[in-house]
Design a protein. Structure first.
Length: 85
């Protein structure tokens, strides 16, 4: 892992991206982590976008909590209800 102070980051982004293929490049601001340059593998734009969307993540968390509390419906039951069997 490489750390670079934001004010000292002077190389082109493409160089940091190339370096990130081996290990994450952590950008620090005032000594604290601020951003990271990491490779994204096997993910499309929508997946990446949603994985950082706080509103979407909150919806997912509420759904998971509800399933833990109330239980869920199996895929088999969904197919039965939709008459897909």
């Amino acid at each position: 892992m490489t750390k670079i102070e934001l004010k000292k980051a002077s190389r082109p982004l493409s160089e940091y991206a190339q370096e990130a293929r081996k290990a994450p490049v952590i950008v620090v601001k005032g000594g604290k982590p601020f951003a990271a340059v990491v490779p994204i593998r096997n993910a499309d734009n929508e997946t990446v976008s949603l994985s950082t969307n706080q509103r979407f993540l909150a919806i997912i968390e509420r759904s998971r909590s509800r399933v833990k509390r109330e239980g869920g419906i199996s895929a088999k039951e969904i197919r039965r209800r939709l008459r897909l069997d």
